[in-house]
Write a protein that binds this ligand. Sequence first.
Ligand SMILES: Cc1ncc(COP(=O)(O)O)c(C=O)c1O
Length: 419
Amino acid sequence: MSTLTNQAIAGFDAGFDVEKIREDFPVLKQNIHGKPLVYLDSAATAQKPFAVVDAIRRFHEVDCANIHRGVHELSQRSTASYEETRSKVKRFVNSRFTNELIFVRGTTEGINLVSSSWGRKNVKAGDEIVISAMEHHSNIVPWQMLCEETGAKLRVIPMNRSGELLMEEYQKLLNPRTRMVAVTHVSNALGTINPVREIIQMAHQAGALALIDGAQAAPHMKVDVHALDADFYAFSGHKVIGPTGIGILYGKAALLNAMPPYQGGGDMIKVVTFEKTTYADLPYKFEAGTPNIAGGIGFGAALDYVNKLGIDRIAAYEHSLLAYGTAALTAIPGLRLIGTAQKKASVLSFVMEGIHPHDIGTLLDRQGIAVRTGHHCAQPVMDFFNVPATTRASLAFYNTFGEIDALVAGLYKVKEVFA
Ligand SMILES: Cc1ncc(COP(=O)(O)O)c(C=O)c1O
């Protein structure tokens, strides 16, 4: 069923052989509660191919050493592999220089780095930070903390009932006090793809900077930080089939150079005396301590894998999966999609009349189907739609049309239980 449907619907790209791709993902080969696993929680974290698992193992088995510090062979090898990932990220996001790419733990740390380092230096009482109504907590709380500390004000771009930002309202929020506009590229709770190029341009016209949370965009579409003219762009490796604990903060070199370090420690200094310390050049100024070396190397293998498939082909395939899933779910009586923007990526968030999302999630799990239920770290979005939680099926390029059929069949079973 799944292969046939895949070919019928994704016929525009017969070379995108999802069954073959699935062979590369060991996790997908198991049964859960006696049923084949249907993994629909990639927005939380994506599964990892053998190539990533093998790169991490190889590092520990063959090359294991600390980086940037040793003249010995193992350290040289580890440093080269780790730094090669930075070059791969440079090509992946089209930044102009590798030193504009800071390794961080993930999107959360990337945003916190900017709000702490840039924020404390540049934001004062009376200034304004603009975020949007659909932000993940990691792009709300750090800015709130900065506002509390400095006396700045947090302003929020509202959205409509489809989950699209109201751009005229955004325009009205911008003023000479606006220092930063921090907005998500793709909403994890709704799937909305925001017009970030326009958002950035408008921020710049108002004299503000723009940070883009790319956690849900980088896995699903071509990101070009240079074309976007983003001042900062953060994303997590683990959502792009890489390991956890590694991510990227891109920042324009001039801005990063003018910012104080985020953390102090080894590797981020030039000279330390008890009287004074001078800091290392970019990117190391922001990379204190031993980093996640294995994670960085695994992340490089993940980007190689994505590049081999081609991010544009991934986007096209996922788009057809999303269209198929949207039509299939909408046809289920009593089901309401939360997030119906014109432009969406890979997220099907929904509620079902009279059935709590946690019950839906639990009953789907009994059928081997993994979805996410809850507020998805976006409580203001739940408040806006007046729901306590949603069920979220999120897609990746290793999902099949057959798996969406399985989700639909699973949801009919859930309805039977609650009939
Ligand atoms: C839109 C968005 N921003 C930020 C994050 C935080 O990412 P991480 O937990 O990898 O730092 C997530 C994770 O789900 C997300 O979906």
